[in-house]
Design a protein around this ligand. Structure first.
Ligand code: APR
Length: 181
């Protein structure tokens, strides 16, 4: 099995364009769409995505649900609900970590081999980017160290500030510079 650091990549771009088996949506607990990356994914997937989401009955913070990808290049969308940042002493870090873990667990259950994550909770939910990036990389590393079936995790950064934060977090977690695979 290739080590985790060779199966995680930092990508700058638009998650709706990723041609991975699954892309992860930073949703809200209603799963009925919203702004930000949620809005972009629903716009790109088309109306059938919302139809399928309606039948799911929502999703608690920290958990994940899977649907088809419809008009997206990705076959599946894994919807996860990140925590709203309230200062960091209300279990936000643990809930964000659970979003990554539960999304990856669901991916494995559905035979997903390649998956792309946005930077969950770092937009409207105001989770500090540096801390969120560290949690994302740490959780993906820990999961991939135990799970050979996931071939590649793409951490999709929507702009240079995000990729800087992810590269900094990469140095903190792996103790070396991120190298484009
Ligand atoms: N591709 C990749 N990343 C994106 C895209 C995109 N097309 N659009 C936005 N982002 C990034 C933002 O820059 C931010 O870093 O996704 C990250 C998450 O931001 P939000 O989409 O605001 O999500 P979040 O902070 O988790 O808040 C969720 O916002 O859209 C609503 O319905 C959603 O209520 C929920 C809340």
């Amino acid at each position: 099995m290739k080590p985790a650091k060779e199966r995680i990549r930092i990508v700058e771009g638009d998650i709706t364009k990723q041609e991975t088996d699954a892309i992860v949506n930073a949703a809200n607990s209603s799963l009925l769409g919203g702004g930000g990356v949620d809005g972009a994914i629903h716009r790109a997937a088309g109306p059938e995505l919302l139809e399928e989401c309606r039948g799911l009955g929502g999703c608690p913070t920290g958990e994940a649900r899977i649907t088809k990808g419809y008009r997206l290049p990705a076959k599946h969308v894994i919807h996860t609900v990140g925590p709203v940042w309230r200062g960091g002493n209300r279990g936000e870090p643990e809930l964000l970590a659970a979003c990554y873990r539960n999304s990856l667990k669901l991916a494995v259950e559905h035979g997903v081999r390649t998956i792309a994550f946005p930077s969950i909770s770092t937009g409207a939910y105001r989770f500090p980017l540096d801390q969120a990036a560290r949690i994302a990389i740490k959780e993906c590393k820990a999961f991939l160290d135990q799970e050979p079936s996931i071939e590649e995790v793409s951490l999709v950064c929507f702009g240079p500030a995000a990729s800087d934060a992810y590269r900094k977090a990469w140095r903190e977690v792996f103790g070396e510079e991120y190298r484009e695979g």
